[in-house]
Write a protein of this length. Sequence first.
Length: 102
Amino acid sequence: MKIFITGLPLEVGEEELTAVFGDFGPVKSLRIIKDRETGQSRGFGFVEMPNDDEAREAIKRMNGGDYNGNRIKVAEAQEKPGTGGSGAGGGFKRNNNRERSF
């Protein structure tokens, strides 16, 4: 299950957050989203845990909690509309009714 976390203190690193979620079970992947230009945390990220029950427990126990002085929100991540590997790619529409000439 993929988990979305927001409200993270800017100084929290991926190793620390992995350890925190590791208290609930194995962490498959974790990523704190950073600003492209400055490299500084944007205050949110994603955690993926292979066991859904452990992930739900982490969400239940951490959502709304205090993390280094910040109130964090923790929830199951939702896929953005138009993503998810449908093969459509990039939001382009294809009109298959037109003939193409080269």
